[in-house]
Design a protein around this ligand. Structure first.
Ligand code: C2E
Ligand code: MG
Ligand code: MG
Ligand code: MG
Length: 292
């Protein structure tokens, strides 16, 4: 019986593995053509200033409209894109498309907003990265002072010497820098003072239970205090509830991003949002200005 069970288990596992390998190859093959076939697109999620309650920026988030599997989120394909190097053309497409769109919104007369774009490790560490950035800024005429690059802790720590040089090249251009998912990687506060970051994004996992987990609340508190003492602004990711928002407001967190105010939305929906001039005060009557 044991032998039979073992065999079944093996067969089950092997079939499962086989299916996953097949799926991966399928994703890779299709991903190679996704760019030419125009299957990639960006959603935009608002970022708000907690003191004024107003929208101050947006983050561009990548989606893939897969011909068979439907709309895929990055966790389904960014890994494959990184391994195959496809992240280089894709990443370049993201930066160019986002800058072009943000510029178009300005040209439609909407107040300029900061535009945050995610940069993968492989993209950041590529020797042509800065040249490609320059090319986009030149082609689109987008104000570098409104562009913000989001890097994760693992990207920053991969090769600290090269990182410092690249970050300096970025800052020289007036482009902003943010650390994404802060707290999920190396989580060393000491490196903050060595790198020229403008903003720190507190990871969703900490924000999620600030109101129920005293340890997370203490961590978020400490991170805000340290960041502020180093002149780095703090944005909380994944804010979903009124309670989280009030906690962050009380703790002097600068900005927030999350489903509570707005999910990532299409260009058309975002245009509507800009037109409506919606602000946090509309949904949050606790008087976001009372601390100012
Ligand atoms: P991220 O940069 O940390 O982006 C925030 C993620 O959290 C997004 O997931 C967003 O949809 C989600 N999110 C925002 N607010 C909430 C909330 O209140 N609750 C919950 N549960 N989730 C929230 P998404 O769009 O699936 O992206 C996942 C990750 O994929 C991103 O995490 C980023 O690391 C990566 N990514 C997205 N777009 C790009 C891109 O253009 N290039 C690269 N290299 N990576 C990207
Ligand atoms: Mg991000
Ligand atoms: Mg993040
Ligand atoms: Mg992330």
């Amino acid at each position: 019986l044991a032998k039979e069970q073992g065999k079944n288990t093996y067969r089950f596992f092997s079939q499962d593995l086989h299916a996953r390998v097949e799926e991966r190859i399928k994703v890779e093959t299709c991903l190679r053509r996704a760019l030419e076939r125009d299957e990639l697109f960006l959603l935009y999620q608002p970022q708000l200033d907690l003191r004024t309650g107003r929208m101050v920026g947006m983050e561009a988030l990548l989606r893939w409209n897969h011909p068979e599997l439907g709309v895929l989120t990055p966790d389904k394909f960014i890994g494959v894109a990184e391994e195959t190097g496809l992240i280089l053309p894709i990443g370049q497409w993201v930066v160019a498309t986002a800058c072009l769109q943000a510029k178009a919104w300005q040209q439609q007369g909407f107040a300029p907003l900061r535009l945050a774009v995610n940069i993968s490790g492989r993209q950041f560490n590529h020797p042509c990265f800065i040249d490609l950035l320059d090319q986009v800024l030149e082609d689109t005429g987008f104000n570098p002072g409104l562009l913000e690059l989001e890097l994760t802790e693992s990207t920053i720590m991969e090769n600290a010497d090269i990182t410092i040089m690249t970050l300096t090249d970025i800052k020289v251009r007036g482009i902003n820098l943010a650390i994404d998912d802060f707290g999920t990687g190396y989580s060393s506060l000491s490196y903050l003072k060595h790198f020229p970051f403008d903003r720190l994004k507190i990871a969703q996992s900490f924000v999620q239970d600030v109101t129920s987990d005293a340890d997370n609340a203490a961590i978020v508190d400490a991170v805000i205090a340290v960041a502020h003492s180093l002149n780095i602004r703090v944005i909380a990711e994944g804010v979903e509830t009124r309670q989280q928002l009030e906690f962050l407001f009380q703790r002097q967190c600068d900005e927030l991003q999350g489903f509570y105010f707005g999910r990532p939305i299409s260009v058309d929906q975002f245009t509507e949002l800009l037109r409506a001039g919606f602000s946090l005060k509309d949904i949050c009557p606790f008087e976001a200005t009372s601390g100012a």
